[in-house]
Design a protein around this ligand. Structure first.
Ligand code: NOJ
Length: 570
């Protein structure tokens, strides 16, 4: 038997076997390959991230306009527990505090996003520019720089101005390209003297598929089989336009870089000796990451997308493919519009071939792919339902990027793991394990020759997790959302990540084990602080409500008593 066949059989066998063995499995021992002790290249940039709608709060303050997420989250039944990002972490008011957390972690960079409707309340430049919004981001940038922290700024992390949605249908409409370009241009003009790393779009896959295909995300449209492809088409054009704007108008003066942040799960064939599974797994990645990366690096959609969607469209009796096409001019305009590639990566799937019926009613992005996704039940999934910890998939995805797109400079813009809401546990051993293993796989990828320049832990704080509301916590810092001051508490992973950063890698087994032990030891004191928090909020209520009320009442009573005495005298 060829070694690969043995492995393939083993794969399938494990998937079957683990169905019965799942309960006994200790996931912390789920090592796929050995741990690599070593350091990252000098100058490797360590960071953490956030996004505007997820953390800022202040949704209607200081002249900000509505975004599609403000409106979507206010509709009943769209978000877990009907949570909204109205106040979230109150990041808008906590710049100083959050910068000191970033300093505490000794991060080299901080990734955040700019809320488009905070700068242009209607999304349209000629309507109004909100200087107070500009001031907020300007202060944040200044404070980061004063502390030697490089800002990496995302221009679009999903909060489209509501007016643009209502007037034009948002990303379904080509006019977004120019509006977005004007917004980006203003950001370059006002912040570009200080910001040198720009990300046009964060995870456009989610915007297209969840916003316009499944409707789980704002604006909540369910345009199956067409909506996602159309949105993506306009997003790719908008990205290219903004890159060219920077290239022709700002680059020479500001000397920065413009990239895009794409997310992608890794897809591993269920049976690696089965050609159909191998192709299905490749298709999975091409429909995910390749959908955006291939145009940006090579000028057009992946061939496999064109083939599959084109064939299904004609079987459905359509005259043209549901996947839009780029003209030759557009192709050359889009090709090469990426100074670095941002990668957001969290998890992996096993993939097998599965033929879907091609009827018109069943057409969708998902059925177009002709595949099925599987997970190994032994994979740990401590938080979000979709997020299984599979560190080795990260190395494979990074190597895929290297070979497919000519080894571009990569910044990992998101990587991390969540926990469930009710868990007020700051001793997040599972997150330490996740970071340790994923960061180690990234180190192996760098040894493989992948050009990874930086890593961004997702996320700095617990925050609003889109349709999951506050029920999933990704933060290095715990945020107590019950307390109106939204206090932040370090989880154990803060200590562990800090050690990785200060050693620029993993020195040796003894030390790394020590870091872990110490991190878990110190978190118990933070746990006590957090446990005392209801008391703190109670005391706040005493000082802010009870004391003033009692004082006012006492004054009133004294006045009445005094009047009574004076009357009796007379
Ligand atoms: C990717 C999104 O960009 C980010 O906003 C979100 O928090 C993470 N996925 C986790 O779901």
């Amino acid at each position: 038997m060829r070694p690969c066949c043995a492995f393939a059989v083993c794969h399938v066998f494990m998937l079957v076997l683990c169905l019965s063995a799942a309960e006994d499995f200790d996931w912390t021992k789920n090592d796929h390959g050995s741990f690599y002790y070593g350091t990252f290249p000098a100058g490797f940039s360590w960071g953490a991230g956030s996004s505007a709608y997820q953390t800022e709060g202040a949704w209607d303050k200081d002249g900000k306009g509505l975004s599609i997420w403000d409106v979507f989250s206010h509709k009943k039944g769209k978000i877990q527990q009907n949570d909204t990002g109205d106040s979230s972490c109150e990041g808008y008011y906590r710049v100083k505090d959050d910068v000191s957390l970033i300093k505490e972690l000794k991060l080299n960079h901080y990734r955040f996003s700019i809320s488009w409707p905070r700068l242009f309340p209607t999304g349209i430049k000629s309507d109004h520019i909100n200087e107070r919004g500009i001031q907020y981001y300007s202060d944040l940038i200044d404070q980061l720089l004063e502390n030697n922290i490089t800002p990496i700024v995302t221009l679009y992390h999903w909060d489209l101005p509501q007016v643009l949605h209502e007037k034009y249908g948002g990303w379904q409409n080509i006019s977004m390209v120019n509006h977005f370009n004007e917004f980006a241009n203003l950001c370059f003009e006002r912040f570009g003297n200080r910001v040198k790393y720009w990300i046009t779009f964060n995870n456009p896959w989610s915007v297209a598929v969840e916003g316009y295909e499944t409707g789980e995300h704002a604006p909540g449209l369910r345009l199956r089989g067409t909506g996602a492809y159309k949105a993506a088409h306009h997003i790719i054009k908008a990205h290219a336009k903004v890159w060219h704007t920077y290239d022709t108008q700002w680059r020479a003066k500001q000397k920065g870089q413009v990239g895009i942040s794409l997310s992608g799960d890794w897809g591993e064939p269920v049976d690696i000796s089965n050609q159909k599974d191998i192709e299905a797994a490749e298709r999975y990645v091409q429909f995910y990451l390749g959908w955006f990366a291939t145009p940006v690096f090579h000028g057009d959609y992946p061939q496999v997308m064109k083939d599959f969607i084109g064939r299904k469209s004609s079987q459905q009796g359509l005259g043209t493919s549901r996947l839009p096409t780029f003209s030759p001019q557009e192709k050359s305009y889009i090709k090469g519009t990426c100074d670095f590639l941002g990668i957001g990566h969290f998890t992996t799937r096993y993939i097998t071939q599965k033929n879907n019926p091609s009827g018109r009613s069943s057409s969708s992005y998902f059925t177009d792919r002709d595949l099925a996704e599987l997970v190994d039940p032994r994979w740990p999934d401590p938080g979000s339902e979709w997020l299984y910890s599979v560190p080795w998939g990260f190395r494979r995805l990074l190597n895929f990027v290297k070979t497919q797109y000519g080894n571009p400079a990569i910044y990992v813009t998101e990587n991390g793991v969540s926990e469930k809401m009710l868990c007020t546990e700051l001793c997040d051993d599972w997150r330490i394990q996740y970071f340790k293993d994923y960061i180690n796989e990234m180190l192996k990828a760098i040894k493989d020759g992948v050009n990874v320049k930086g890593y961004t832990a997702w996320s700095l704080l617990d925050k609003f997790e889109w349709d999951e509301g506050f029920s999933e916590r990704f933060g290095l810092y715990y945020v107590d959302f019950r307390n109106k001051n939204k206090p932040r508490y370090p989880k154990a992973s803060v200590q562990f990540y800090k050690r990785i950063i200060s050693s620029n890698g993993f020195p040796n087994q003894r030390e790394v084990e020590n870091w872990r032990r110490k991190a878990v030891e110190t978190c118990s004191s933070s746990n006590q602080l957090l446990a005392a928090d209801p008391l703190t909020s109670h005391m706040e209520m005493v000082t802010e409500i009870v004391v003033p009320t009692v004082c006012t009442l006492s004054i009133l009573l004294s006045a009445i008593f005094l009047m009574f005495l004076l009357r009796r005298r007379n």
